[in-house]
Ligand binder design. Structure first.
Ligand code: AHM
Ligand code: MG
Length: 328
């Protein structure tokens, strides 16, 4: 049992000491990520004060409007991470191809995949957004190709998110439980606030964009209709920032559903940057994540920007959804 208030760096060092083969390169990579998180947090917090709100005037590979803060968060991560010597390459939701490490810097064995600012369409209205990340080992050494990124989520060595909310939180897992840290601005450190998070097996919250209900397949419609049975006591909560909806459900219990439907055959959310990292975190907390028919972490990706149907949260809620999913 660690001490509440222990810093994220100390906590990780202790965790890594228990892994005999750990040589410190992961810890060093992780520390750079913590610095990037603090920089983005600072910028997000002053979003209303300086000229970083609004659209950048471009669209990303997904055809979505890019926000200025998306670019700022993306560049902060790339610039902070590329010179550490631990990464073979990176991949970002906002960048078409993978991002090689600048030749000026040494390369390492890890791959970093990230959604720099999830929920960024919410930023102009002061709603919580977040950064989601996933770390893999580059199986072919340090000369990465796209194929190296296409590993099922079970291969992740670490996953996490930083939530820029009423406080900034860093939640991560290296496969030894899911732990949460809160940024104490007075000392500039993430301090342990939520050790070994456990999601309740049954939730009372469901999160879905019900404006899409008309396009849902019958199984999804039946599942959500069932949750509306007043005797079951469910509430509907949907922020529209995946990290925020996920974080609330992780702590309180509940299920987040963004299914594939008649219009978006492959779903909306991205497997590598969003679904896989959150699936690792939820499983480490005792929950589950599914496409409706398959465990998210076992899906073998075929494309960097692959989308997926996602049902994620409390174990029994996800199970119930899976049972109804294929009904026609
Ligand atoms: P983003 O990564 O471009 O911000 O998009 C993902 C977001 C999620 O945060 C959120 O859960 C979802 O899109 C909301 O989609 P919708 O507006 O269709 O409900
Ligand atoms: Mg996103």
């Amino acid at each position: 049992m660690a001490t509440v208030g222990m810093s994220l760096t100390q906590f990780l060092l202790e965790e890594q000491r228990n892994i005999p083969e750990s040589k410190g390169s992961f810890t060093s990579l992780f520390n750079d990520l913590v610095v990037a998180a603090k920089i983005i947090s600072r910028e997000v917090n002053k979003a209303g004060l300086i000229d970083i709100l609004g659209a950048a005037g471009t669209v990303n590979v997904q055809g979505e409007e890019v926000q200025k803060l998306d670019i700022l968060a993306n560049d902060t991560i790339v610039n902070t991470m590329e010179h550490g010597g631990q990464l073979a390459a990176m991949a970002s939701e906002e960048v078409d191809d993978f991002i090689p490490i600048n030749k000026k810097y040494p390369r390492g064995k890890y791959l970093l995949l990230f959604d720099p600012l999830d929920g960024s369409s919410n930023i102009d209205v002061n709603i919580s957004v977040g950064t989601i990340f996933s770390i893999l080992k580059c199986r072919t050494g340090n000369d990465a190709t796209t194929e190296d990124f296409l590993q099922p989520g079970v291969q992740q060595v670490c996953a996490g998110y930083i939530l820029y909310g009423s406080s900034t939180m860093f939640v991560y897992s290296t496969g030894h439980g899911t732990h949460g840290f809160t940024l104490d601005p007075s000392v500039g450190e993430f301090l342990l606030s939520h050790e070994n998070i456990k999601i309740p097996d049954d939730g009372k919250i469901y999160s879905a964009n019900e404006a899409n209900a008309e396009n849902w397949f019958p199984g999804t419609q039946k599942y959500i209709r069932g949750l509306k049975d007043r005797s079951r006591g469910y509430k509907s909560r949907y922020v529209g920032s995946l990290v925020s909806d996920f974080h609330r459900n992780l702590l309180r219990g509940g299920v987040f559903v963004y299914p594939s439907d008649k219009k978006t055959k492959n779903g909306k959310l991205r497997l590598l940057y969003e679904a896989n990292p959150l699936a690792m975190l939820v499983e480490q907390a005792g929950g589950a994540a599914s496409t409706g028919t398959e465990r998210i972490l076992e899906v073998t990706p075929t494309e960097l920007h692959q989308r997926t149907s996602l049902i994620i949260g409390s174990k029994n809620d996800v199970k119930e959804a899976e049972e109804l999913w294929s009904e026609v």
